[in-house]
Design a protein around this ligand. Sequence first.
Ligand code: NOJ
Length: 777
Amino acid sequence: MISGKQTFACATALCAMAMAMTSASSSGQVGQTRTKQPTAHAALSETEVAARADALLQQMTPEEKAGQLSVLFALPIPQMMAANEKLVASGNLGALLFMTDPAEINRVQKIAVEKTRLHIPLLFGFDVIHGLSTIFPVPIANAASWDPDGVEKSQAVAANEARSVGLHWTFAPMIDIARDPRWGRIVEGAGEDPYLGSAMAAAQVKGFQGGHIGDTGRIIAGPKHFVGYGAALGGRDYDEVNLSDSELWNIYLPPFKAAVDAGAGNIMSAYMGLNGVPASANHWLLNDVLRKDWGFKGFVVTDNAAVTSLRTHGVASTLQDAAATALNAGVDMEMNIMGPAFTRLPAALAAGTISEQRLNEAVRRVLEMKIRMGLFDNPYVDEKAAAATLRSPAHLKAARIAAERAAVLLRNEQALLPLDRTKLSSIAVIGGLADSPRDAVGPWVFDQNKPAMSSILEGIKAKVGPKVRVDFAPGVALPDRLHPSPFAQIVGKVTRPTPESGDTAGIAQAVQLARQSDVAILVLGETQEMIGESASRSTLDLPGRQQELLDAVVATGKPVVLVLMNGRPLALKDTKAAAILDIWYPGSEAGSSTANLLFGDAVPGGKLPFSWPRNGGQVPLIYSHLASHDPANQSKRYWNEAGDPAYPFGHGLSYSTFAYSNIRVDKAERAPGVAVTVSADVTNTGKRLADEVVQLYIHQQGGKAARPVRELKGFSRVTLKPGEKRTLNFTLGDAELRYWSSATRDWALDATRFDIAVGGDSTAPFTTSFSLAQGAR
Ligand code: NOJ
């Protein structure tokens, strides 16, 4: 929960173990804190910040320095809190994560500020992934909006709520490219494409941080997990990652570069090994790429226990060795649930395995961040301010709009949607997820007792009013919760009717209900726990017996709207449901936004941020693959199934229709350093005010390395009135055309012809082209 009680997350086994230590909650003692309002902050000059940090640094002992480089979990476990507070009081701790109660934050901050020798305030961090109290759609849904400005606004609201409770730092955005949807963390990112992923990365950093670090009502962004985490073998969370330099530079690194360019104050290094070298011990990544090449000025924190686990990776033999290896590689701060390795840094200093200069550099980066955040001047938060901020009507409205803009209409035969409530007398709402406001907020929401404001079922009932009969049947039970016991201790017992192997009586009841109704709305998908960290699946099939339920309801012959609640594509087995609307995990306003979409008070305009496979056996499946051998038979690679996706990257329908014309380039030959403008006219040919996401793809015909069959290089979401035509212009300069070539092991800009496609998804035909003159770079 967000105020009044601390919250925690238990995505990892280690965390669950820690939780099992005790079930009591934290003490409620509130210190008499000197509360000061955060004041509007102009960016401090670099010299001023450096001078203040240096003045402190000169007074610090090695232990105090090492302490500044640790962020520890503050779970509501008495032993853990007592140990944390002892460390804080000794002046040997830099930051805490997972506290969200302003009074508790003030109380612990007071210890740091008033009881320690150097009065250095703590940084308080939290996984503010898609909202703190007002929950926005999950990040993959935000990406499906193809609306970076909207996403920036959503994260600004999230930052505002976080700052109001006393938080300074979020472990977000997650900007890992994900091309294997078996990996549960695909829900936290922007999908398969580096161009869309980079736009979303930059937008989120700006949303969290505002104009500069320390901006009023904003927090430090911590893009993660540097780098390659999304490419875990087999989609199995935490497993090793092996990427070619071409994949790394062209696909996985660009969102991080965009986040750094947008001014991210922090970067989180990943857990796993990249090409055999653990990401949190990778000097090349953390120094050559991040610092030297990109000029990153913030601090690097590891993912949880990534330093201590250097021993698991086998690259360090002792904790002291692990600490020295990570620090020397470029890690500035260690995150650990308990027992950090960085407490061994003073010993490493004495042993000469780390230098004082490197230790000071890391500490300076952390201190500078605290100075920039204004914490030395205003360490405390106004404990009463949060009440007016959290879930304010304006924030909830923003969440509803974001959910409406994120939804993707995958199919709409015979224009079944939008439903006309004036012509309906009865609706069958089927599926346990329809009645689950908790699942509707999705993963990475820790306030389990504050689910969505209303369920999908409630949203539908409220929309149609008393004249339309709305009946509900769960059909099949949802799979049981994955981690019921540790959560139950803190957030109240979680109950599920029965495990997924329940009998078929529920299906028969649902079929009966569908038969008696004008239309059936099935809400199917994955529960909140089946997606996110530590939630890989070996299949993309609908979990439990939902497919059986779907098939049985469709077989009634009644019009069926399938509403999907999911964070990864699901194999729908050629279902004949007439309409399929993907609402993802919509967040706090799940009920109202979904009802608006179903009944036409909002028009879907989202597009898929990944290719949607027919079947889990096809993954990884990407639109931007290389041509390779026998491209004419690209879609016939499997003898048992079509090889193309069920829905292509960029796909999404509307309640209106759009036509493209006059796609042109302003020059047939592009001289070095001169940009090409691509223009296209798009017309709303339907009868409704609606949005279209205009997408620009290029294909490079030749070069020293094979290039993808197509690559996204521009997009724009536009709102058009019926009959309205708009001309969109896109610019293609060096940044869009260059790529990392494994042939030369360098960036390349080849003199060749580029085909251009503009349209509403990644199957838009190539209709024009231009060439790049020799000598361009
Ligand atoms: C582990 C996750 O991998 C990371 O994304 C998260 O920020 C930390 N735990 C803290 O919760």
